[in-house]
Design a protein around this ligand. Structure first.
Ligand SMILES: [Zn+2]
Ligand SMILES: [Zn+2]
Length: 272
C-alpha cells in the first residue's frame, strides 16, 4: 500500500504539467529579462544606495513567501483537492515522505510550479517606468529580485538536500547566504513544524520568536473549525510506516527514525 501510495505521489507529475511548466518558465525568463533591461541606464550615486536595499527586500520577500506557502501546504489541504492537490500539495507531501526525491527531479519539475507564482511580483511592477523616478527603479528591481528568488526557492531547497551541491552553492550555504542543510534539518526533525522559510531561512528565527505559524494555525482552527495536519493521506502513510516497523520497535522518535532507516528502504515518516 505504501509502495503504491509512494508511486501515486511520485507519479503525479504528468506530461501535460511538464509542458505547461516549461512554457511558464520561458515566459518567466522573458518577462524578467525585459524588466531588468529597462533598469539599465546612467547610474547615479542614489542608485548605488537603492540597489542593495531593493535586492535585500526582494530576497526577504521571497523568503517570507516561501515560509507562508510551505507552511500552508504542509499544514492544510489534501492531494485529493482539485488542481492544486496534484500540482502543488503533492510535491510537499512527497517531500516529507521521501525527502531525497527532490534531488532526483530535473530543472523543470523542481522549478516549474514556482515560476507561475514567481511571476506575480515582477508583473505587479510592469506598469512602472523605471527611469521615471528612483522609487519606481527600486520597485522594479525589488519585484524582479523577489520573482527570481521565488523561482529559485525549490532549487535552493533541493541543494539543501543534495549530498554534493555545486561548490559555489556549498560556499553560499556555509555562509548562510542561502538555505543551509543544517538550518533546514530542523524542519525535518520532530515536531516538523519549524523553519518553514526555505529560500534564505533568515526569517525563521523571527517567525519562531513571534510564534507566527502556531498563532495562525490557532486562528484558522478557531474561525473554521479545521484542525491542522489532518490530511487522511498522511495518516495512511504513517499507519503503513508503523505497520512496517519491526516488532517491539522503540517508540522514541529518534530511535524510530534510526530503526526505520535500518529496516531497508522504508520511506521517511512525514508529519504527524
Ligand atoms: Zn515541509
Ligand atoms: Zn526539505
Amino acid at each position: 500500500m505504501a509502495e503504491g501510495q509512494h508511486k501515486e505521489l511520485a507519479g503525479g507529475y504528468s506530461k501535460t504539467q511538464r509542458a505547461v511548466e516549461t512554457c511558464v518558465l520561458v515566459v518567466f525568463a522573458g518577462v524578467e529579462v525585459y524588466l531588468l533591461s529597462g533598469l539599465i541606464g546612467p547610474l547615479m550615486p542614489a542608485h548605488v544606495v537603492v540597489l542593495p536595499v531593493a535586492m535585500l527586500l526582494g530576497y526577504l520577500g521571497a523568503d517570507f513567501l516561501s515560509g507562508m506557502v510551505h507552511w500552508f501546504c504542509d499544514t492544510w489541504g489534501s492531494i485529493s483537492w482539485p488542481l492544486v492537490g496534484q500540482t502543488v500539495l503533492r510535491t510537499f507531501r512527497e517531500h516529507h515522505f521521501d525527502s531525497k526525491a527532490i534531488t532526483r527531479h530535473d530543472f523543470v519539475e523542481t522549478n516549474g510550479s514556482n515560476a507561475a507564482i514567481g511571476m506575480v511580483p515582477m508583473l505587479c511592477t510592469l506598469p512602472l517606468t523605471p527611469q521615471e523616478s528612483l522609487w519606481s527603479w527600486g520597485a522594479v528591481l525589488c519585484g524582479c529580485t523577489m520573482s527570481f528568488f521565488i523561482l529559485m526557492t525549490s532549487q535552493i531547497h533541493k541543494w539543501a538536500h543534495s549530498d554534493e551541491p555545486p561548490r559555489p552553492v556549498a560556499f553560499l550555504q556555509r555562509w548562510n547566504l542561502i538555505l543551509s542543510p543544517r538550518h533546514h534539518d530542523k524542519h525535518h526533525t520532530a515536531p516538523f513544524t519549524r523553519n518553514y522559510c526555505i529560500t534564505a531561512g533568515w526569517l525563521n528565527p523571527v517567525a519562531e520568536y513571534f510564534r507566527v505559524f502556531p498563532r495562525l494555525e490557532r486562528l484558522i482552527t478557531l474561525t473554521t473549525g479545521v484542525e491542522p495536519r489532518k490530511d487522511p493521506l498522511s495518516d495512511q502513510l504513517i499507519a503503513e510506516l508503523l505497520r512496517r516497523l519491526p516488532p517491539k520497535a522503540p517508540l522514541d522518535a529518534t530511535e524510530v527514525s534510526a530503526s526505520v532507516e535500518a529496516s531497508a528502504a522504508v520511506p521517511q515518516p512525514r508529519h504527524p
